[in-house]
Ligand binder design. Structure first.
Ligand SMILES: NC(=O)c1ccc[n+]([C@@H]2O[C@H](COP(=O)([O-])OP(=O)(O)OC[C@H]3O[C@@H](n4cnc5c(N)ncnc54)[C@H](O)[C@@H]3O)[C@@H](O)[C@H]2O)c1
Length: 397
């Protein structure tokens, strides 16, 4: 079987789906890799490296799609909402497509993908189980995003992060607040601490308190309880069975904003990474809160793509409001393309090895990993979770 790696075409995207070091294990498993010329250049992986690892480099994008049994992308149609459509005519029935496809984004793009007849797998749907951990691309990219968010904040802040005692006096450390302690938030805490900031963090899932503390952060406790906060055994349940946060009602969010306001005002840097999958991100930093921050403070909103956690965030832009810099850049992982590609590539090759046996596709739907990530097949939207998400009534009947 041939795995095709086209060059990414989302404007500004610098990652590549497979890096040269993952070619040999795939070849050994009976999968030949065909790469579009220049696909890895922006990420720091020149064509010669692919060739030396046993991949074939071809000049034409259309040739990659034509020869590939499996197409591996970073941002496929849906996740690439700018130019992804141009690849649709290149896909063919029963060809396999793997990538970020934004399955809970818009039903139109999912249907367009289905109409090509392609058997597509969305990496966003990877179950959060120990078995699937090595294939979890969402976590890999969140790690890069959390790291980069702190660097962006440090770059724009008119202060230094660490405490310094110098002949010219003492420099007080920056105060960083991380809201939303998922994978990205944890990496942001670790990075802010490494740079020497006094770091606090808040999440509605009390279960993360220990993780925050183990990274040297202070966990901010608010006097409110999230809906479904406890189950029958008294365990915290602000998250669902898959480890995602549950959406809360407006009364909760209002109270949360009131209590968070004071902590935000005292922070030089606020990094927000609070998302609820498939839903618009909750506003945790409303516009009234921003003027209370010291001039020069920075907010980096990692939820910008999904509406943002700060009301003044403009998706894809950096704005200054009331003297506060608000960074709403999206697709941050693409700005650290070498390691982001390396991590994504490892996730993808683990998935490819799981999906194939002796070089042949094994579409075993009894396997949770395959069943849950399968998005479209045979012209249909094959994923029950996605179908129900877009049309809850029809799915129930
Ligand atoms: N294979 C695995 O077992 C696996 C893989 C990945 C993540 N996880 C776990 O899943 C959990 C979620 O990780 P994620 O990175 O996908 O998170 P995410 O991107 O879904 O959400 C980010 C964080 O925002 C928080 N949040 C949402 N609404 C909030 C609000 N109103 N106020 C404050 N915080 C809010 C969430 O609780 C979550 O911690 C983590 O505990 C992570 O360790 C497990």
């Amino acid at each position: 079987m041939i795995v095709g790696v086209p060059r990414e075409i989302y404007p500004g995207e610098r990652r590549v789906a497979l890096v040269p070091s993952t070619v040999p294990p795939l070849t050994k498993a009976g999968l030949q890799v065909v790469v579009e010329a220049g696909a890895g250049t922006e990420a720091g992986y020149p064509d010669q490296e692919y060739v030396s690892k046993g991949a074939k480099v071809v000049p034409e994008r259309s040739e990659v799609f034509r020869t590939a049994d499996i197409v591996a992308q970073v941002l496929g149609h849906g996740a690439n909402d700018r130019t992804g459509k141009t690849d649709l005519p290149l896909l063919r029935r029963d060809q396999v497509l793997i990538g970020f496809l934004r399955p809970l984004g818009s039903i139109e793009s999912v249907r367009e993908l289905a109409a090509t007849g392609v058997t597509s797998f969305a990496v966003e749907l990877m179950p959060r189980t120990t078995r699937a951990q090595s294939m979890d691309a969402l976590s890999s990219m969140a790690t890069v995003n959390g790291y980069k968010a702190v660097l962006l904040a440090a770059d724009r802040l008119p202060r230094m992060f660490p405490m310094l005692t110098t002949a010219a006096g003492t420099i007080t450390p920056a105060r960083a607040l991380i809201i939303g302690v998922g994978v990205a938030g944890l990496q942001a805490i670790a990075t802010a601490r490494r740079l020497g900031a006094v770091t606090s963090a808040y999440d509605l899932r009390p279960a993360v308190k220990e993780q925050v503390q183990s990274l040297g952060g202070r966990f901010v406790e608010l006097e409110i309880e999230a809906k479904d906060a406890q189950d029958a055994r008294g365990y915290a349940r602000a998250q669902d069975a898959r480890g995602y946060a549950r959406a809360q009602d407006e009364t909760f969010y209002r109270k949360q904003r009131e209590l968070l306001g004071k902590v935000v005002a005292e922070s030089d840097v606020v990094i927000t990474a609070a998302v609820v999958p498939g839903k618009k991100s909750p506003i945790l930093v409303p516009k009234e809160m921003v003027p209370n921050m010291a001039p020069g403070s920075v907010i980096v909103d990692l939820a910008a793509e999904r509406g943002g956690n700060c009301e003044l965030t403009r998706s894809g832009e950096i704005v200054v409001e009331h003297g506060v810099t608000i960074v709403g850049l999206v697709n941050l992982a693409s700005t650290v393309p070498y390691h982001a590609s390396q991590m994504y590539s490892r996730n993808l090759s683990a998935f490819l090895l799981h999906l194939t046996k002796e070089g042949k596709l094994q579409l075993n739907l009894d396997d949770e990993i395959i069943r849950e990530t399968l998005l479209t097949r045979g012209g249909e939207v094959a994923n029950p979770r996605v179908r129900e998400f877009f049309n809850p009534e029809v799915s129930k009947s």
